[in-house]
Design a binder for this molecule. Structure first.
Ligand SMILES: [Fe+2]
Length: 306
């Protein structure tokens, strides 16, 4: 089996090491660095080299500083241990390797502990552009440089607090159907807010509108499209709108929200939690994203453990 792993490397969809861990029910894993194949390292190099000039042009300044602070480079897939050694002293965050999808509550709870669930596989070299699932380029090159910024890092922690508040607010609802309905609405509101900020957020910066959302920062083509295309609607970040806006993740975003600053996003997460407590998130507009059984169960289990 070791031979198979070494031959397949850690390629998205073909990574025996990760698949076996998943079958054993292990969510948190290690990064077996020696398993990366030559092709894996070449894929990282190609992705990094291609997008770097677009980061200079379209990424926010904190992201560019983060790249430097973490010594990210095109020289092959990075070691998480090296990144964490530089990241931890800055904001306390760590990249934590996982074997696959982390259900909603567990994901936010990790953020609360300043641990960022990180995919260790990398997309195949011949599929550079679109991948429905995250890979290490998305997680490390797209997300982690932002975790060097204090207000942004604190915002992620507050998302974790919100997940705990969601458990608290719904645990006492006796009627199971009503409890599921409310929880579904709250999870949907949180997912939309996370999506339109952390994943595809835009920021007003000294050089004009720039990107801070990791989905944009890890996509060569969408990064430019998000900032330049006349077809994209860009509006000031508004809570009322965001929590009710359908979030489609499988094509270029036609609608993006522009934050004034990371302090602005931080304040809005406070408001998200306040609205949750006031019951305002119990009836958000239906539609995407879907809330999976697995996500719901993660919140229910957390409530049962209280
Ligand atoms: Fe992401």
């Amino acid at each position: 089996m070791v031979e198979t792993s070494a031959m397949s490397g850690l390629t998205t969809g073909h990574a025996p090491f990760v698949e076996e861990a998943r079958h054993r029910g292990e969510l948190y894993i290690s990064q077996p660095y020696s398993l990366y194949s030559q092709e894996n390292h070449e894929a990282w190099n190609a992705l990094y080299t291609r997008i770097r000039p677009r980061w200079e042009r379209y990424a926010n300044d904190h992201f560019l500083k983060g790249l430097e602070a973490l010594h990210l480079s095109p020289d092959g897939v990075p070691r998480l241990s090296g990144i964490n050694r530089r990241l931890e002293p800055l904001t306390g965050f760590q990249a934590k390797p996982v074997s696959g999808y982390v259900p909603g509550f567990l994901f936010f709870d990790c953020l609360r502990r300043r641990e960022f669930p990180t995919t260790i596989t990398i997309r195949p070299k011949d599929r550079m552009d679109y991948l429905p699932e995250p890979d290490i380029f998305h997680d490390i090159a797209g997300h982690v440089p932002m975790h060097t910024e204090k207000a942004f890092a604190d915002t992620l922690v507050r998302f974790g607090d919100c997940a705990h508040t969601a458990v608290e607010m719904t645990a006492s609802v006796r009627d199971r159907q009503e409890r599921t309905r409310r929880l579904t609405s709250i999870i949907r509101a949180m997912s939309r807010f996370f999506w339109f900020t952390v994943e595809v957020g835009l920021l007003r910066g000294p050089r004009g509108v720039c990107a801070y959302g990791s989905g944009l920062l890890s996509s060569f083509s969408e990064l430019q499209h998000a900032i330049e295309s006349v077809e994209v609607q860009r509006y000031p970040l508004q809570m009322e709108w965001v929590i009710n806006q359908v979030a489609e993740i499988d094509h270029y975003q036609p609608l993006l929200f522009v934050a004034d600053s990371f302090d602005h996003v931080f304040e809005l997460v406070d408001r998200l939690e306040r609205w949750m407590r006031e019951g305002k998130l119990n009836n958000v507009a239906p539609g995407l994203p879907d809330v999976s059984e697995e996500d719901l169960r993660s919140y229910m289990d957390a409530a049962n453990e209280r």
